[in-house]
Structure formats: C-alpha cells, structure tokens
Design a protein. Structure first.
Length: 240
C-alpha cells in the first residue's frame, strides 16, 4: 500500500472520536484481559500520532474511565487498577454512552452548530454474548439518528470478538445481519469475529477504518485481506 494511501486513511480517522468499551466480566480474567490491555496500550500510542484527542476507554462493570489517552503507560496503569468481575452488560453501558452523545448531538443540531460535534466510533471488545439487551439500545439510537437525518457516518458501533466463543460469534453475526432488515433502520453496526490471532493495535486501526468506510458489512475485517491486511498500516515505533 502506498504511503499516500495510508496517510489519507489516517486523515479520515482523525475526523472521528474513538471510544473503546472493554468487557471486564469474569470470563475475561487471564489471557484475554492481557490481550485487550496490550492492544489498547499500543493503540493509545498510535492515537497520539493521528489524533491529539486520543482514545477514551470505558468498561462494562467498572466505572473508571480513561479520557483522551495517548500514552501506553497510562492505559497499562488503568488496566492494572481493574479486576474483571461480574456479567456482560453491554446494553447498559452502550445506552449510557449513546444517550450522552446523542443529547449533545441533537442540541448542537438544534442550535445550528452541528460541526462542533465530531462523529464517533464506539468499539466494543468482548469475549461473550451480552447478559442484557444491546439490540434495543442500538435500534433506539439508530431511530434518533434517522429522525433528524444525521449523516450515515455520524455514529458507528463496532463489536470485536476476543477469544473463540461460538456463542459470541453467533450473537454478533445476528446483530450485524438482522437489525437493518428487521427494524428498517440505518446500519450502524459492524462486527469482526475472532481473527485467528491475538488482537493488535494495527488490527484495531484497520477495523476502525473499515467501519468508517462501510466496507466491512457482513465480512468484518476480512475485506482488508486484499490490501491493507497484507501488512502494517502504521509504522509502529518502539517495542510492540
């Protein structure tokens, strides 16, 4: 891939806020927790290269939040403070974050200041199916976006599977495939199944770009096998 193409892709990513939602349920204890921490620590360093805002990191059960993170050490420190526990309330956490964002978005729209609100990508890292109902939360958010005809790229929700759970893969596939036809709403969900290796910051960047460009519907990150997935999209600096 030509460097100019890479630069263009990162310029696109700079226009969006990136909000990570990490599954900190008890099933994440051990290798999966370490995998998520490693990928997001590296992603924070990369974020500093393309966006001064960095990334925000939220958790399903713990209320601690990492805001505007651009340094690996800050993410590592955040993860070290948290112990996975409990269930998988994806719907509840998504509802909180979407409500806050949509209220700000609608207020900006009503005041004629829409450009003050950046589009957003929510990325949910999870190893299992939710224990509540994110589907209804997503449908409600999509309907609010449709009601005021916001751009199709205004909000994206990307589910990324960690681990090999067949149940999680099945649920995420249904979430991606069925919502639009069943509820007649815009498509704001992308899912990426387990990619056969540890999650990395580079893979997350490609997943983000794929969701923004709406090129990964029904395939997840696999669409990049022809081009970007052949090699690193960013030159990683330091020991990754």
């Amino acid at each position: 891939m030509r460097q100019q193409t890479i630069d263009d892709m990162l310029e696109t990513l700079r226009k969006y806020d990136t909000v990570i939602i990490v599954d900190d349920s008890s099933s994440m204890i051990g290798a999966r927790w370490a995998e998520a921490a490693s990928a997001l620590s590296a992603l924070a360093d990369l974020a500093g290269q393309f966006d001064a805002d960095g990334i925000d990191i939220h958790f399903l059960n713990d209320d601690r939040v990492g805001k505007n993170m651009t340094k690996r050490e800050a993410v590592e420190d955040l993860f070290n403070q948290i112990r996975p526990r409990g269930v998988t309330p994806i719907g509840e956490r998504l509802e909180d974050l979407l409500r806050d964002y949509l209220e700000k978005l609608e207020a900006a729209y009503d005041s004629g200041n829409l450009k003050s609100i950046k589009p957003v990508n929510f990325v949910v890292l999870t190893d299992g199916a939710p224990t509540d109902d994110p589907e209804s939360v997503i449908v409600q958010a999509a309907r609010r976006l449709d009601a005021k005809h916001f751009p199709l790229s205004q909000v994206g929700i990307q589910f990324v599977q960690i681990g090999k759970s067949a149940g999680a893969a099945r649920y995420l596939r249904e979430l991606d495939d069925n919502l639009v036809s069943q509820y007649h709403i815009r498509d704001i969900v992308d899912t990426t199944k387990y990619i056969g290796k540890d999650l990395s910051a580079d893979a997350l960047v490609k997943i983000l770009l794929g969701g923004i460009n709406r090129r990964v519907d029904n395939k997840g990150v696999e669409v990049f096998n022809e081009d970007a997935m052949k090699g690193p999209i960013l030159r990683l600096e330091g020991p990754y």
